[in-house]
Design a protein around this ligand. Structure first.
Ligand code: GAP
Length: 445
């Protein structure tokens, strides 16, 4: 029970920090909010954008063998029949006859009874209905007539947009197998039990990459992508002790997968999936080929044969990674007898890269600091702050996750140097004003 309380405390603190500093707000809050929907505030929107760029750069720009794509959310409804989502993308659901709450039948032990939150629905007095399957796809109608022939699905994953564009991308980019297609985009799932803040929501963003290969090379590429993805989290600065691999056993493997590993993170509510890496075999392209009668095979000169490519998929949740960054970076430290919050986010994705302070509001310091601010904001997201004692300004920036605070003081006006204070070491280094742009470029680049 004590551990549970600690968990709740940390998540509560993160939710509260996100609201206070403008990272994440409840959606439609002035109307009372909408279950499990969240809005990203000024800092959250910056962090998310930086995170997506960080992924995009690693997955496409830095490689010659991965192309980008931005497919429509609404797709031909037949896509979702072919992919198996209409028939199989469902979770078993049960209702409590007493309190009418709904639970995922396969996650009852983790769930809490709304009337007795210390107990799971298996332990309280409520009687549960038989489990029934509940399809997670949202539907809507295309055009003015709301009948079955006009139903379209709101995509529950971005991957299908990649599969149906395999030929378009291959032909237009002139890539040869092995090559990949990467995409970032919204996905929607009518989750029965969303929760844990932005961990499981009904609207979320995915960062997915599908790598098309010859079947004989699947193990090699699977290992390659496992290594790449692990290294990406290391580059993002996530604590490796809080990350682990989880290999799917035969009873966990999705029907399309030959092998699967999840990257798991130890959240305050336990070890949970952050990203999935799958060997999807030729399942996807075979199904789409059969349904459309389009030839999705590939002629490989190396193997002198035509074959349906196998696919290695890396599928990460953007919101879940953002939560991971917040949880991993949250730190409380006592500074001069005062409890202070530090958000130790990697400078590479931090929403504000540096804050510029004049030490005092006189002697030409604000004017000098304004000039530096104007110069730096051409290249970085920076923040100017003159309000309050410099210690308070540091504290506000530490809590907002800003890695560097640059202060203009009396000496600056004499020798064009400023102090750069590092959030994590709290050390201050004096630097020439002319060197600051290069310093920041190196740290946040
Ligand atoms: N194309 C494969 C696929 O969609 P998945 O395991 O269902 O696989 C991949 O989802 C990733 O998307 C997960 O590892 C997670 O990070 C994220 N994700 C899935 N459902 C989510 C939800 N309801 N809320 C937030 N993120 C979610």
């Amino acid at each position: 029970m004590a551990a549970k309380k600690k968990t709740d405390d940390l998540m509560d603190k993160i939710v509260s920090l996100c609201k206070r500093r403008g990272y994440v707000f409840p959606s439609s809050e002035i109307y009372g909010g909408l279950g499990s929907c969240w809005d990203y505030g000024p800092l959250g929107a910056e962090l998310k954008r930086n995170l997506k760029n960080f992924w995009w750069n690693a997955m496409t720009n830095r490689r010659d063998d991965v192309e980008g794509l931005d497919a429509a959310i609404l797709m031909h409804p037949q896509v979702w029949h072919t992919s198996g989502h209409v028939a199989e993308f469902s979770d078993p659901m049960v209702d409590c006859k007493k309190c009418k709450a709904r639970f995922r039948a396969d996650k009852l032990e983790e769930a809490r009874c709304p009337l007795k939150p210390s107990k799971s629905p298996l332990e309280c007095d409520g009687e549960l209905t038989e489990a029934r399957q509940f399809n997670l796809m949202f539907k809507t109608f295309m055009g003015p007539v709301e009948d079955n022939s006009n139903v379209v699905f709101i995509r529950p994953e971005t991957a299908q947009g990649i599969y149906v564009n395999f030929l378009n991308v291959k032909n237009s980019s002139r890539q040869k197998i092995p090559f990949g297609i990467a995409q970032i985009g919204k996905a929607f799932r009518n989750e029965i039990t969303p929760g844990n803040f932005i961990f499981r929501t009904r609207e979320f963003e995915q960062m997915e990459m599908q790598f098309f290969i010859h079947p004989s090379e699947d193990e090699k590429w699977f290992e390659h992508w496992r290594e790449q993805r692990w290294n990406w989290y290391m580059e993002l600065g996530i604590n490796p002790e809080k990350l682990r691999w989880h290999e799917h056993g035969p009873d966990e493997l999705a029907h399309y997968a030959k092998a699967a590993y999840d990257v798991e993170y130890e959240y305050p509510f336990g070890w949970q999936e952050l990203e999935g890496i799958h060997n999807r075999t030729d399942f996807d392209l075979s199904r789409h080929m059969e349904a459309t009668k389009k030839d999705l095979r590939y002629f490989d000169e190396r193997f002198t044969e035509k074959f349906i490519p196998y696919i290695i998929e890396t599928s990460a949740g953007c919101d879940r990674t953002l939560l991971t960054i917040l949880v991993d970076g949250y730190d409380e430290v006592e500074v001069k007898g005062e409890k202070r919050v530090f958000l130790r986010i990697s400078p590479k994705v931090a929403p504000i890269k540096a804050a510029i302070f004049p030490l005092v509001k006189k002697d030409g310091m604000p004017e000098y600091a304004q000039k530096v601010y104007a110069e730096l904001k051409k290249s970085f997201k920076v923040f100017y702050d003159v309000a309050g004692a410099v210690g308070r300004r540091y504290a506000r920036m530490d809590e907002a996750g800003c890695p560097y605070c640059i202060t203009v003081d009396g000496q600056t006006l004499e020798d064009d140097t400023m102090t750069v204070r590092d959030r994590d070491t709290m050390e201050q280094t004096r630097m020439k004003t002319a060197e600051i742009v290069n310093f920041l470029k190196e740290k946040v680049g």
